[in-house]
Ligand binder design. Sequence first.
Ligand code: ZN
Length: 97
Amino acid sequence: MKLPRKVKRYCPTCKKHEEHRIVRVKGRSKSALGRIERRRKERIKKGYGSTPYPQPQKSHRHNVKSTKKLDLRYECASCKKQHASKQGIRIKKLELT
Ligand SMILES: [Zn+2]
């Protein structure tokens, strides 16, 4: 998938639309985690922490998804702050043009 290197987005710090640079972050962020997975982790955090949760058994749906969600950040050109996009996108290959 091809994405433009610079996009105009709303910057919450500057409170107006500014030019943003797309930054790729390694590792998964909260936004890149799935909705269900994130909820499960929050549920586990609420417990008393004596026993870890049971390891999920490998089902037939294991490794069904061939791509991973990318964690893209947008860096504001004027204040240099980074903002994460709300949803991760599933892309096999990212090209910044
Ligand atoms: Zn800004």
